[in-house]
Design a protein around this ligand. Structure first.
Ligand SMILES: Nc1ncnc2c1ncn2[C@@H]1O[C@H](COP(=O)(O)OP(=O)(O)OP(=O)(O)O)[C@@H](O)[C@H]1O
Ligand SMILES: [Mg+2]
Length: 247
């Protein structure tokens, strides 16, 4: 269980997250929705330890992660996988090197890493013949899947996805959604997804809405369309009638 209590994150005196409370259930998929700039990526980066909270606590399996030493944090976050917004592959490395990087850096030999990379690529439905290609030679959907394969190689028990389908066409988005759901069923990880894509509600267990620094709604995805929560109502209607208002 990921438990976030009274989390506040300020940048130059401006509060992006303001006394935020949220519990993310084990072995389930939760999507975090909210307008652009509300602080969704900041929240995810705080969970993964890439950003340090101004105040408040984040505990994962009853371990207070904000109070870990540098070394403890490094070890601890190996159990978490983070799929960056925009895939964030290294352009000068091949697909094989991108996916296998963490293992190669730890001194494993190429021939040891190769079968592991092939296995992870298969999990995201990519064929091993793309291993020697560079990210610039892949489609957007393929890059996202390579990003996911890279995350899986460290066997995380938690996976955080930042906008896994943004910029993809509807069919490729569906493939990525189904993939996340299938992996979830198979690997039983705790997944947290940031998304602007309403289709995601069909695949996740829970929805959390971030608005003005707080979680204004948390509930089951299956009942989201019947919700009378005013924030959810406005957010979904806003999304379905036009682009999200930028602040
Ligand atoms: N490292 C940083 N330094 C200063 N301000 C930051 C930093 N990271 C994020 N912010 C600010 O925090 C706010 C929230 O940013 P964040 O990236 O979390 O938004 P988001 O909800 O993920 O938006 P989007 O949907 O567009 O990705 C923004 O105003 C952003 O400028
Ligand atoms: Mg973001």
């Amino acid at each position: 269980m990921i438990t976030i209590k009274h989390l506040t994150k300020e940048f130059n005196g401006r509060k992006v997250l303001d006394n935020l409370n949220l519990e993310l259930p084990d072995g389930k998929m939760t999507v975090i929705i909210g307008r652009s700039g509300e602080g969704k990526s900041v929240l995810l980066k705080s969970i993964i330890g890439l950003l340090y909270p101004t105040s408040g606590s984040i505990s994962i399996d009853n371990k207070e992660v904000t109070r870990l030493s540098e070394r403890e944090r490094e070890t601890f976050y190996k159990t978490c996988g983070y799929v960056f917004q925009f895939a964030a592959l290294l352009d000068s490395l091949t697909v094989f090197e991108n996916v296998g990087l963490s293992l190669l850096e730890h001194g494993l030999k190429e021939e040891e890493v190769r079968p592991l990379v092939i296995e992870k690529l298969a999990l995201v439905e990519l064929h091993s013949d793309i291993m020697d290609r560079y990210p610039s030679d892949l489609s957007g959907g393929m890059r996202k899947r390579v990003g996911i394969a890279r995350t899986l190689i460290s066997h995380p028990s938690i996976i955080l996805y930042d906008e896994p389908t943004t910029g993809l066409d509807p069919i490729t988005s569906r493939v990525v959604h189904e993939l996340m759901r299938d992996m979830q069923k198979r690997l039983k990880v705790t997944s947290v997804i940031i998304s602007h894509d309403l289709e995601v509600f069909k695949y996740v267990d829970y929805v959390a809405l971030l608005y003005e620094g707080n979680i204004k709604y948390f509930g089951e995805a299956s009942t989201i369309w019947e919700s009378d929560n005013p924030y959810i109502y406005q957010f979904i209607r806003g999304l379905t009638t036009g682009p999200i208002q930028q602040n």
